[in-house]
Write a protein that binds this ligand. Structure first.
Ligand code: NDP
Ligand code: GDR
Length: 346
């Protein structure tokens, strides 16, 4: 029988890709959207699925609307992707971030538990490699101790453990995906990969002079969001709930992401200076097109993330398909086309 899913945060990057996947699998898909003057559904429009989603108004801060959303959608599976997801903002809004990313998870789990003791609804929590923070082992696995380095990471750690706790306390089918960074042409503009590809496209079109960045030496394990939503879905199809790392097993610096994104656009970057004096010169035009601005440094940084997807590969049969050069090319080309054609959506 066709299943029904409720996806919180469906207007975000992962929500849009997951909704597309679930529709392809024949699910009825309900998505939650925050009340706003106009719904921010550009990603669903870009994927051509906006009119196939049933929407319900919802905020993770409000207990009663969470219960109503679940009673209305009657889901077999709930994917909790909604979050204040920007690490930088969590330093400015730590209490809000905790309310949404930590307590919000408990609100959903309680709402699910209040229906038949939570036995008939499967739950996915969007946990994160930010929980590893100051890493205690390389590569990071499901067994690596956590040491979060931001209010976001701390809040997500609560969300992770409350999911484990409801699984163990009440026998709920609750799983947590510890996902490393995953990107796409639908990534939010404030995240570093999309900031890089969009800014370089604008520089190419003469709409921007310089791309300003923070820490160029941070290392991340970047994959493609389209691959990662497949892993989320697979977690909920298992007989037994569990926690899984999804990662590529490779790590790269922000600096090398810039170099890789610049190449297909015809730029050739040479780095000069150090730390906050670093500049990236385009050898062809002789112009500085990248500059460090300490405004984008974080009070505490996560220097290195590198995940091991071994458990997900063995137990879920999951494997990422897109590698870093493929991801960078996909994003750089999409942004160059949007800027050229004037089809950039917000
Ligand atoms: P996005 O920032 O693209 O999307 C976040 C979604 O959450 C949006 O739909 C947003 O709605 C919604 N949202 C924000 N605040 C609230 C709230 N108070 N109540 C209800 N909805 C809210 O994130 P991603 O798609 O990239 O990530 C999905 C999830 O996975 C997040 O939980 C993130 O923390 C986590 N994660 C992401 C990783 C990544 O690399 N992308 C890696 C690991 C974990 P609106 O459109 O109204 O703003
Ligand atoms: P992250 O992603 O914090 O890993 O969280 P982000 O792209 O914001 O930063 C990655 C690294 O790049 C460095 N950096 C910059 N970052 C931004 N945003 N802007 C800049 O100008 C800049 N310059 C350098 C950062 O310091 C950092 O080291 C993402 C989010 O999707 C989380 O929700 C998710 O949980 C984690 O990935 C896994």
């Amino acid at each position: 029988m066709a299943k029904t899913a409720l996806v919180t945060g469906i207007t975000g990057q992962d929500g849009a890709y997951l909704a597309k996947l679930l529709l392809e699998k024949g699910y009825t898909v309900w998505g939650t959207a925050r009340r706003a003057a106009s719904i921010n559904n550009w990603r669903l429009v870009e994927l051509g699925i906006a009119d196939q989603i049933k929407t319900v108004t919802f905020d993770l801060l409000e207990d009663s609307n969470i219960r109503r959303a679940i009673e209305t959608a009657k889901p077999d599976e709930v994917f909790n992707l909604a979050a204040q997801s920007f690490v930088g903002t969590s330093f400015d809004q730590p209490l809000y971030t905790a309310d949404v990313d930590a307590l919000g998870v408990t609100r959903i789990l309680e709402a699910i538990r209040s229906i038949d003791g939570g036995k008939n609804i499967r739950f996915y929590q969007a946990s994160t490699s930010e929980m590893f923070g100051k890493v205690q082992a390389v590569p990071q696995t499901e067994d690596t101790p956590f040491y979060p380095r931001s209010p976001y990471g701390v809040a997500k750690l609560y969300g992770h453990w409350i999911t484990v706790n409801y699984r163990e306390s009440y026998g709920m089918h609750a799983s947590s995906g510890i996902l490393f960074n995953h990107e796409s042409p639908l990534r939010g503009f404030e995240f570093v990969t999309r900031k890089i590809t969009l800014s370089l496209a604008k520089i190419l079109a003469g709409q921007l002079d310089v791309l300003e960045l923070g820490n160029l030496d941070a290392k991340r394990d970047w994959g493609f969001a389209g691959d990662y939503v497949e892993g989320m879905w697979r977690m909920l199809q298992q007989d037994t709930p569990d926690d899984y790392v999804l990662a590529t097993g490779e790590t790269h610096t922000v600096r090398s992401f810039v170099e890789n994104a610049a190449k297909p656009l015809g730029f050739d970057i040479e780095w000069r200076g150090q730390d906050e004096k670093t500049e990236g010169l385009d050898k062809k035009s002789g112009k500085v097109i990248v500059r460090v601005n300490p405004q984008f440094y974080r009070p505490a940084e996560v220097d290195l993330l590198l995940g091991s997807p071994a458990k997900a590969e063995a137990k879920l049969g999951w494997k990422r398909k897109v590698d870093l050069p493929g991801l960078v090319a996909m994003m750089a080309e999409a942004d160059a086309r949007r800027v050229r054609d004037g089809t950039l959506r917000f």
